[in-house]
Design a protein around this ligand. Structure first.
Ligand code: MLT
Length: 234
């Protein structure tokens, strides 16, 4: 069968996509999947996504670093928030992290019917595209969006990934994503900055994360996937 790529613009629509036999690429550019990729690049051993603050705190009691946010803001009892800069800490090298976020970890959870889950970010766009090309499976890019609605930054990523994969497009959302990316290819940051969540984060004074998460190919050899419920370098 010929490989294809499709895009699910929000987790609310994932039931419309057949995931069996395919690789789900979960993406939450601002900021969950960018954090996961950065964390593994900077040396954490694994990242376990969980659905609730309580589940995260319970893993914390077992020695995990607790990470994440609600509504974009750090949870008071957690060790760290949801900034890729939080992971640039030598104390976390070799540690296991438990993470819960508003949208990203839920999109990961809702991808569990896929043959394989891979984590997408601009930070490791090319190595991830290389991995997907090397596998004999169709791809579903699962955008986390914001509280059930599509967003600009995840859709841009979907288009950028489609552009690199060069596979048959399945569904109109894949063409829409590619066109959005092509239109803004020369300046991804400007369009990403006007997205609803970028403006929400800027309202909290968080602007450096936005620029950082839009860096294409900051990490040249990191590919992240789910193995036995944990996200690790693959
Ligand atoms: C999410 O999962 O919704 C995000 O990662 C939110 C954030 O920017 O921290």
């Amino acid at each position: 069968m010929k490989k294809s790529v499709e895009v699910c613009l929000t987790p609310e629509l994932i039931h419309q996509h057949e995931l069996g036999g395919k690789i789900a690429v979960v993406v939450d550019i601002f900021r969950a999947t960018s954090c996961i990729v950065a964390g593994l690049h900077y040396g954490v051993n694994s990242v376990t996504p969980v659905g609730s603050v309580e589940a995260c705190l319970s893993l914390g009691k077992q020695g995990f670093v607790t990470a994440g946010e609600r509504g974009g803001q750090k949870i008071e009892e957690f060790d760290i928030g949801n900034s890729p800069f939080d992971y640039q800490n030598p104390d976390f090298i070799g540690r296991d992290v438990a993470i819960t976020t508003t949208n990203g970890t839920m999109a990961i959870e809702r991808s569990r019917n896929a043959d394989e889950i891979v984590i997408g970010s601009f930070l490791n766009l090319s190595p991830t595209a290389g991995y997907l090309k090397s596998q004999n499976k169709s791809v579903v890019i699962h955008c986390a969006g914001w509280k059930g609605t599509p967003n600009i930054e995840d859709t841009l990523f979907a288009g950028a990934m489609i552009d690199r994969l060069g596979l048959d497009l399945s569904g109109d959302s894949s063409r829409m994503s590619l066109d959005l990316f092509k239109h803004h290819e020369e300046d991804l940051l400007s369009i990403a900055k006007v997205s609803g969540h970028a403006r929400r984060l800027a309202g909290f004074g968080i602007t450096k994360d936005i620029e950082y998460c839009m860096n294409v190919d900051e990490f040249k050899d990191v590919v992240v996937g789910m193995v036995d419920g944990r996200l690790v370098k693959i």
